[in-house]
Ligand binder design. Structure first.
Ligand SMILES: [Zn+2]
Ligand SMILES: [Zn+2]
Length: 388
């Protein structure tokens, strides 16, 4: 436990701002870091002392307490680490504090968690199987009703031979002698920022922290092998391309009987022959004869669940849109469904007999067959009926 003045330890003034404290500490920490000074007890003490000072001075509340009461103010319960006071501030606390704030340099984030997560926690994380991703294509009809599908998924499954243990008959596990069970080893590398500690996966046990006297011949000690499984997916009605579902525990099983990862199923909508989707509405276009458009009548139009009779009123213009309520896609997170929009287009015959021509020429003489003068409002009405 240091009794030296914290400001003196870091070599900063009592009014030093936070960033000055941080950079002063960083310099000292890099200089006295135990990995740069192996076996040097004095350096270790300096490192601990500087880290302890930094832990107090970077925290406005602790700093205020220290300014007012000195070391005595910090020795009470709750003021130190884990409530133990600074008497319990040892080298591993100091290393942890350093890694937390500076471990990202040159080594990437997450080092702290991986290295100091400790014991069962990190072992569980290590052993957890990978998440997998699968694509599932659906037709609009399936999307409208919702559907249960079976996916064939290639994944790693528990080895039958060793029941996932990775051990050959009669074999056992022992703590890895290289990393002493940590699964990772610390190395030093020189960069332009100074010497940086790096944490690497132990090459001997490949992160497991354990070695096996004799691995299972079938899975080479991993406890898992490649397999193909059929997995049921219940797809709700109303999904869209890009929506996904997480099936917990359906990914790769973990090494040595570890927890399985998840299977993430990403949905994709297949293109439909007739319908295009716009939000939860579906749109289709139907050709009608010009006699039907003029006289009116009934036509049969497709929907996602069978045909539907649509009344076409006399005098229907080409491009007119009819709305079939609730014949579209159900809303995923709300009640109700979108609509089906049916746009009719008057189909002009392309092959006419002599008789057809004669009749049409007769009709053409009638003033009712002459279209009105060009008028924007006529086309605007047609556009508006589609809602574009
Ligand atoms: Zn190891
Ligand atoms: Zn095996």
């Amino acid at each position: 436990m240091s009794e030296r003045d914290y400001y003196e330890v870091l070599g900063v003034s009592r009014s030093a701002p936070e960033d000055e404290i941080k950079s002063a500490y960083r310099k000292l920490a890099l200089k006295y870091h135990p990995d740069r000074n192996p076996g040097d007890k004095t350096a270790e003490e300096r490192f601990k002392e500087a880290t302890e000072a930094y832990e107090v001075l970077k925290d406005p509340q602790k700093r205020q307490t220290y300014d007012q009461f000195g070391h005595a103010g910090l020795s009470g319960a709750g003021a130190g680490f884990g409530g133990a006071g600074f008497g319990g501030f040892d080298l591993s606390d100091a290393l942890r504090a350093f890694m937390r704030d500076f471990g990202g340099f040159g080594t990437g984030g997450g080092i702290f968690d991986e290295f100091f997560g400790g014991g069962a926690g990190s072992q569980e994380r290590y052993n957890r199987g990978e998440d997998l991703r699968a694509r599932l294509e659906l037709t609009l009809e399936e999307i409208q009703t919702g559907v249960e599908k079976t996916l064939r998924v290639r994944r790693l499954e528990a080895c039958d031979v060793c029941s996932g243990s990775g051990l050959a008959p009669g074999a056992s596990r022992q703590t890895c002698p290289d990393c002493r069970g940590a699964g990772q080893i610390r190395t030093l590398s020189r960069t332009f920022l100074g010497t940086i500690q790096q944490v690497k996966t132990c090459p001997r046990c490949r992160g497991a922290g354990e070695t096996i006297t004799s691995p299972c011949a079938s899975c080479h000690g991993e406890g898992r092998v490649r397999g193909v499984s059929r997995i049921k997916v219940r797809v709700p009605a109303g999904i869209s391309s890009g929506n996904y579902m997480t099936l917990e525990g359906k990914g790769n099983i973990g090494k040595n009987d570890g927890q399985p990862g998840n299977l993430i199923v990403v949905f994709e909508e297949k293109e439909h022959k007739i319908f295009t989707r716009q939000g939860n509405n579906v749109i289709c276009q139907i050709p009608i004869s010009f006699t039907l458009a003029a006289l009116g009548g009934e036509i049969s139009v497709p929907t996602l669940n069978g045909n539907h009779t649509l009344k076409v009123p006399a005098g229907t213009q080409s491009g007119k849109v009819f709305r079939l309520r609730s014949k579209g896609i159900p809303h995923l997170h709300a009640h109700g469904s979108g609509d089906e929009l049916v746009q009719v287009a008057v189909w002009t015959p392309t092959k006419l007999s002599g008789e057809d021509k004669q009749l049409l020429q007769e009709l053409d003489k009638s003033p009712s067959f002459t279209p009105p003068e060009s008028d924007k409002s006529f086309f605007r009405k047609l556009r508006d009926s589609l809602g574009f």
